[in-house]
Design a protein around this ligand. Structure first.
Ligand code: GLY
Ligand code: MN
Ligand code: MN
Length: 439
């Protein structure tokens, strides 16, 4: 399983057909270090990886469709047996052509010398001015130098244009090869959640549950976590990105687990919440049923042709109605939604794109008014929740929350592929009904 070289070639061709007379520059992710000089596991920048399949730092990919000889150029770290003894295999310059199909490849140290020939006749430069100031400055310096010749030559790249409009629409619609990778990432994620639910008991520490989950990620061939695993017992579940995972789980608490496996850089993202002692308390059950209904109704809205916001809107509607029925909100449903008075209980949106990035790229709207319509090949999460923090502050005019409701946090999250006739729940192997959560 994996993305074939042919597919990378197609992606490169698509970018080149979009940029025409321009030259696009993509930079690899830097290699991060801890303790001054100990390297973290390398994680390539997702768009760079999407276009090249190249998984090393200190690399630059250039696409210059108008260039006479080379349209796809890679700058890479050269082979260096001594350095490779310490830090591992490098593909090197020659293999960058043979394996990755570049028309030309150079050592990264020659970037300043070799790059101008690919920019000089471009009508613009496509480049994402990211947070990497040093590399931004290199690109800008080349651009300014070419602009100084504009009067004399009558031609120069007249603008730097962001690369996101090139890559985002491509990455948003997953290919069959990518869908296969996502199926594997979500399958391993599902296995880990099922194991965690069997394992978790009162008296166990959150980190022990985390260890069971992450053991499965790696054992089943994943490269590790898609994001820091959230294993949140009791009131910790009201902290959306709780990652300390250091508390001992107590009787009659809920355990919220939000964890996903990364498989070949594609990511699963699943949340389940269940009673560790085997039975929901009445308050836990009442809230769980609302979240589950919100999730099921939201999932039903995930259909090709539906605007992206609809599954969120229906989830909010179900949650607000549920909280009204329980007396935790008071007043008119429409007004509560309009004035966002439900936000102390539900402060995040109901989902996001999922893929090479956990919060994957792709715009949610076409402009201020128009939401994007779902289409086959989109992959997204559906993850409503209700959180009643011990410190919850009800919105103005809303009732105080009785203590018996406090400290309950619930989220249910699945990963969906939009298909031609509806959707496919990639994480359907993890149960979520009330009966299946109890034991
Ligand atoms: N685990 C991150 C998220 O659900 O968005
Ligand atoms: Mn999640
Ligand atoms: Mn998510």
């Amino acid at each position: 399983m994996g993305i074939e070289q042919k597919e990378y070639r197609q992606r490169q061709q698509e970018v080149m057909s979009k940029i025409g007379g321009g030259t696009a520059i993509f930079r690899s992710a830097p290699l991060a270090t801890m303790h001054n000089d100990v390297e973290y596991t390398y994680r390539q920048e997702s768009s760079f990886y999407y276009l090249t399949g190249f998984n090393e730092p200190e690399a630059v990919a250039v696409f210059a469709p108008h260039h006479k000889e080379h349209q796809y150029i890679l700058f890479v770290q050269p082979k260096d047996p001594e350095k490779e003894t310490w830090t591992g295999y490098r593909c090197g310059v020659e293999a960058a052509k043979e394996i990755y199909g570049a028309d030309e490849a150079y050592p990264i140290a020659e970037l300043n010398e070799k790059l101008p020939q690919y920019l000089v006749n471009a009508d613009r430069i496509y480049y994402h001015l990211g947070s990497e100031d040093c590399f931004n400055n290199i690109v800008i310096a080349h651009w300014l130098k070419l602009m100084r010749g504009y009067q004399r030559r009558g031609q120069a790249p007249l603008a730097i244009e962001d690369t996101r409009p090139l890559t985002f629409p491509m990455r948003l619609v997953k290919s069959p090869g990518e869908i296969a990778m996502m199926r594997q990432a979500t399958k391993i994620s599902a296995m880990a959640h099922n194991r965690a639910r069997e394992f978790a008991r009162p008296g166990v520490y959150e980190y022990q549950v985390q260890a069971e989950i992450e053991h499965i990620f790696r054992k089943e061939g994943g490269i590790g976590i898609a994001y820091p695993s959230i294993v949140a017992s009791g009131e910790n579940a009201c902290i959306l990105h709780y990652i300390e995972n250091d508390r001992q789980i107590q009787d009659n608490e809920l355990l919220l687990i939000d964890a996903g496996c990364s498989y070949g850089y594609y990511n699963g993202d699943i949340t389940r919440t269940f009673p560790v002692s085997g039975k929901f308390t009445p308050e836990q059950k009442a809230l769980y049923e609302i979240v589950l209904e919100a999730q099921l109704k939201a999932i039903a809205e995930v259909q090709p042709g539906k605007p992206y916001n609809e599954f969120h809107d229906i989830a909010v509607c179900v949650i607000v109605q549920g909280l009204l029925d329980l007396g935790l909100l008071q007043g008119d449903l429409e007004e509560i939604i309009q004035e966002e008075k439900y936000k102390p209980f539900y402060m995040h949106r109901t989902g996001h794109w999922l893929g090479l990035d956990v919060h994957d790229v792709g715009t949610y709207k076409h402009n201020e008014e128009a939401w994007r319509n779902l289409q086959p090949g989109h992959i997204l999460t559906v993850e409503p929740g209700i959180y009643i923090s011990p410190f919850i502050k009800p919105a103005e005019g809303q009732p105080e929350i009785p203590d018996r409701w406090k400290g309950i946090g619930i989220r249910i999250e699945d990963d969906l592929l939009v298909t031609a006739d509806g959707h496919d729940i990639l994480t359907a192997d993890v149960p979520k009904s009330v009966a299946e959560m109890e034991r």
